[in-house]
Design a protein. Structure first.
Length: 405
């Protein structure tokens, strides 16, 4: 028995995980898409957040090859030591055109963007004599259901003093929390589309409250970016209001289908984030061909709106199929189709039952959702065939009868 066995609980976690049949990450071979090879088994894939499946298209693959040929495979270092690679700069300028912001900064992931933002807006830094940033008096007010990365980034701010929650998607609750903070530095953080239940924030109403109280607004748009926002699409009014937010964070791993994230906002703070975020200064950025391709895909999705429109139409038809067998997703209307199970043990058993029948279905249990708030989080892939979807719905109906959820 070594020191880790004696003083830590990892061995107990391993034993309990095995007893509870908690699933470990499988080994994936080949490409990620509507079907996937996991531990040698071909599965219909409902787990991929790359839901538009654009990376299987020859044109998008060509973008990546072009970016590799021109810019190579590595940034060579952080932005402050090596410089900003041209494809990153062009990608960030494209993001500014989309969001209507003055400047943008990209990160290796959306999680690092969130952590970097909080670090920059909540701390002090003395660069040299007479040159200081003092933000340690700032308050953060977060939607209770905000992403793990946001709560992790703010956990040192002390609940009830510099860190306060407001009820999920509740402008009245936000109003009540902000009232005692009048005149203080305050940042309000919420998401556009929440990843567990697919819920959409009342963006305009929340921003109204922020503006009345002089609070800075930061909206995590990881799940809604380039999916919603068009006047002809669902949630048009909510996403029209998004341009009023002070800062908008986006993830490139969803609609764009690549790694990385970025924050767009006012010129001066974004410039300062190069140093103050830490997660930009002390790590390398995404690879140049990834940035190059992300910029191209962002423009493609704007120039060819039918890519997303067709996808959302398929999502609605799939939602109707699920509802037809008594497995109606949460009533949110987004592409994130969350089917309630509400029993952690049953949800875990369902995961294994689906695997045995050839389907990779993500199961959200604690800590992704509250205890006994388990759900199936289904993401339709644009490449799924009609046969794959019909087969899944039949299997889901069978398992619903078996487990009575």
């Amino acid at each position: 028995m070594n020191a880790l066995d004696e003083k830590w609980s990892f061995d107990d976690y391993r034993r309990r995980s095995a007893a509870e049949r908690m699933f470990a990450p499988p080994i994936v071979d080949g490409r990620i898409g509507p079907a996937i090879i996991c531990d040698g088994q071909e599965l219909v894939n409902f787990a991929s957040i790359n839901f538009l499946d654009l990376q299987s298209k020859p044109g998008v693959l060509r973008y990546f090859s072009e970016g590799t040929e021109e810019y190579g495979m590595t940034t060579g270092g952080s932005r402050m030591t090596q410089g900003i690679c041209r494809p990153h700069l062009e990608m960030e300028r494209e993001l500014c055109r989309i969001t209507g912001k003055e400047r943008a900064i990209s990160f290796a992931s959306g999680l690092l963007a969130n952590i970097g933002f909080v670090h920059a807006m909540a701390g002090d830094m003395r660069i040299r004599e007479g040159w200081e940033i003092r933000n340690s008096d700032a308050n953060f007010v977060l939607d209770r259901d905000s992403h793990w990365s946001l709560w992790k980034a703010t956990e040192s701010l002390q609940h009830g003093r510099r860190l306060r929650p407001f009820r999920h998607n509740d402008p009245a609750s936000l109003e009540k929390v902000l009232a005692p903070l009048a005149g203080e530095k305050t940042v309000v953080v919420f998401e556009s589309v929440y990843s567990a239940d697919g819920g959409v924030a009342p963006i305009g109403e929340l921003l109204d409250v922020c503006e009345r109280h002089g609070a800075v607004s930061y909206v995590d748009d990881a799940n809604g970016f380039l999916v919603y926002g068009g006047k002809h699409r669902p949630f048009a009014s909510e996403f029209a209001a998004l341009r009023r937010a002070d800062f908008v964070m986006v993830s490139f791993s969803k609609s764009v289908g690549l790694e990385g994230g970025a924050i767009a906002g006012p010129e001066d703070p974004i410039r300062a984030f190069e140093v103050l975020s830490g997660t930009s200064m002390f790590t390398a950025a995404i690879q140049p061909p990834t940035a190059y391709t992300a910029g191209k895909v962002m423009r493609l999705l704007q120039e060819v709106p039918g890519i997303v429109d067709g996808y959302l139409d398929r999502v609605e038809r799939f939602r109707e199929q699920l509802t037809g067998i008594g497995c109606a997703p949460h009533d949110t209307g987004t592409y994130l189709l969350s089917v309630p199970v509400n029993d952690d043990e049953v949800a875990t058993r369902l995961h294994h039952e689906f695997l045995a029948r050839g389907y990779l279905v993500p199961v959200f249990c604690y800590p992704a959702v509250p205890h006994d708030g388990a759900l199936l989080r289904l993401i339709l892939n644009a490449g799924h065939s009609r046969e794959q979807l019909d087969g899944f719905v039949e299997t889901l109906a069978e398992l619903k009868r078996k487990f009575r959820f």
